[in-house]
Design a binder for this molecule. Structure first.
Ligand SMILES: O=C(O)c1[nH]c(=O)[nH]c(=O)c1I
Length: 311
């Protein structure tokens, strides 16, 4: 039984990794992921300059997941690109991802131009779905903007690139977004980001739990697995076969990873639960997934990827 996977022509020893934003903001965090059983790592979404992000408290663990309104705090584009370039020299056997989330198209294009001209040989994840920058609507919910962004990006960017999408909740929206995405040479689509602008309350103190945006924040964890699986499945049913899918959302155990792959994912990312357990979680998840596959008689994830049955 093997957990290895391929995505956009790149080989990974393990089909699981972190989700951008969780335990990946500092070099120490990133080295911890690299030294774990994860098959790859993705950096915290970067902006051209460092950002402090939103006022605290801005993230809270909940009974079945978490709420966050971090506001894109990060050490800036150069910090993460430098880490990735060092990694290529010290750990050439692992392919990594760089996540970028400019607050304007110009910022995204500027970072992509620098990636294009750099020695970075991994994959780029263009985050179109940050729900927590006050005053900045999610690009992923503005289909004309998605088209404008991808046309501008692919006018010059030749390295492997995918997009991180927000969850959609209407079948027409799945049709519309994939009709746009299928027009571009995307290496992958990563679905989903947190379910935006949820609200959690402390009824004792009759107060919201986080400070930014009156308590509104992105929801992650077990709460969002049904939405995550539906998005992975709907995208897999509609995207050109050359566009791989990364499944993200609601993963707590090996069976959740199995379900994402059954829906069509070639790589599965772990966020909230990684935040709770740390990188050692990839030992547990790998063991659990291996046992599930062995019990079902699957040797590799290709044996069951995308093979969800309907009734
Ligand atoms: O608030 C954040 O930093 C954040 N939080 C999320 O839940 N998703 C994102 O893409 C981002 I950039």
């Amino acid at each position: 039984t093997t957990l290895k996977t391929t995505l956009a022509g790149y080989k990974f020893d393990n089909c699981m990794m972190n989700a951008a934003g969780i335990r990946c903001a500092t070099v120490t965090d990133l080295a911890g992921l690299r030294d774990s059983r994860a098959g790859s790592l993705v950096t915290k979404s970067a902006t051209p300059q460092p950002r402090d992000g939103n006022p605290e408290p801005r993230m809270r663990g909940l009974q079945y997941g978490c709420i966050n309104s971090m506001g894109l705090p990060n050490h800036g584009f150069d910090y993460y690109l430098n880490f990735l370039l060092e990694e290529q020299k010290s750990h050439p056997q692992q392919t990594n991802f760089m996540s970028i989330a400019g607050t304007t198209l110009e910022d995204d294009l500027s970072m992509l131009k620098q990636i294009q001209e750099s020695a970075f040989a991994g994959l780029t994840e263009l985050n179109l779905s940050c729900p927590n920058v006050p005053g900045k609507p999610q690009v992923g919910y503005d289909f004309d903007a998605v088209e404008r962004y991808l046309t501008a990006v692919f006018a010059f960017f030749k390295k492997p690139l995918g997009v991180k999408l927000p969850p959609y909740f209407d079948l027409m929206h799945f049709d519309q977004i994939t009709a746009i995405l299928n027009q571009y040479p995307l290496a992958f689509v990563n679905s989903i980001n947190s379910v935006g602008n949820g609200l959690m309350i402390d009824p004792e103190s009759e107060t919201v739990l986080i400070k930014p945006k009156g308590g509104f924040g992105g929801i992650g964890g077990a709460y969002i697995k049904p939405t995550a699986l539906a998005n992975v499945r709907a995208l897999a049913q509609r995207l050109n076969p050359g566009i791989a899918i990364i499944g993200t959302g609601g993963v707590q155990n090996g069976m959740d990873i199995f379900e994402h792959i059954l829906c069509g994912a070639s790589m599965v990312q772990v966020g909230t639960q990684l935040g709770f357990e740390g990188p050692k979680i990839f030992n547990r998840l790998s063991q659990e997934l291996t046992r599930i596959m062995a019990a079902k008689g699957y040797d590799s994830i290709a044996d069951f990827r995308g093979k969800l049955k309907t009734l």
